[in-house]
Design a protein around this ligand. Structure first.
Ligand SMILES: [Ca+2]
Length: 156
């Protein structure tokens, strides 16, 4: 009996550690094109941790993660904390312009009418995706990073 209880206590602690910091759940499946959000710093690359300030897939503690949210990640986190289930977060995030560049998250991820739902096929044209958490400015040739944004998000 004692072994049984000890085993379950250990399992519970392990599960809590996993949930609270050692593993990064893959939230990208809860937004359209989540695995293919382009890296605005490097053409042809993807931004693997869409809600974070680093383009690389990150596994870190909850405290370090909190320091590294980009505006889209901060909005995602806010929805989650407000009790929105992961499967329904996109319905709320889609209409927001998280990075404040004038395009909603839905426009940036090719779901301008916000009809995409969890586990359905990706909408729109994947070649037109832009990052919903990193603001770009439009000039005569298209959307680009400003020098200040580039300095903030793109490692030299
Ligand atoms: Ca935007």
């Amino acid at each position: 009996m004692e072994t049984y209880v000890a085993f379950h206590l250990c399992w519970l602690l392990f599960s809590m550690l996993i949930q609270n910091g050692f593993a990064h759940p893959n939230f990208t499946q809860f937004i359209p094109h989540g695995q293919h959000v382009p890296d605005p710093c490097t053409a042809g690359q993807f931004w693997q941790s869409v809600g974070h300030t680093s383009h690389e897939k990150i596994i870190m503690s909850a405290n370090d993660k909190a320091k590294s949210w980009n505006p889209f990640g901060a909005d995602f986190k806010k929805e989650k904390e407000n009790g929105t289930t992961l499967e329904h977060i996109w319905a709320n995030l889609c209409w927001i312009d998280s990075d404040g560049d004038g395009r909603t998250n839905g426009v940036e991820l090719e779901d301008p009418t916000c009809t995409w739902t969890y586990a359905s096929a990706n909408p729109g044209n994947a070649s037109k995706l832009t990052h919903p958490g990193i603001p770009e400015v439009k000039d005569g040739t298209g959307w680009k990073l400003s020098p200040a944004t580039k300095e903030k998000y793109c490692p030299a």
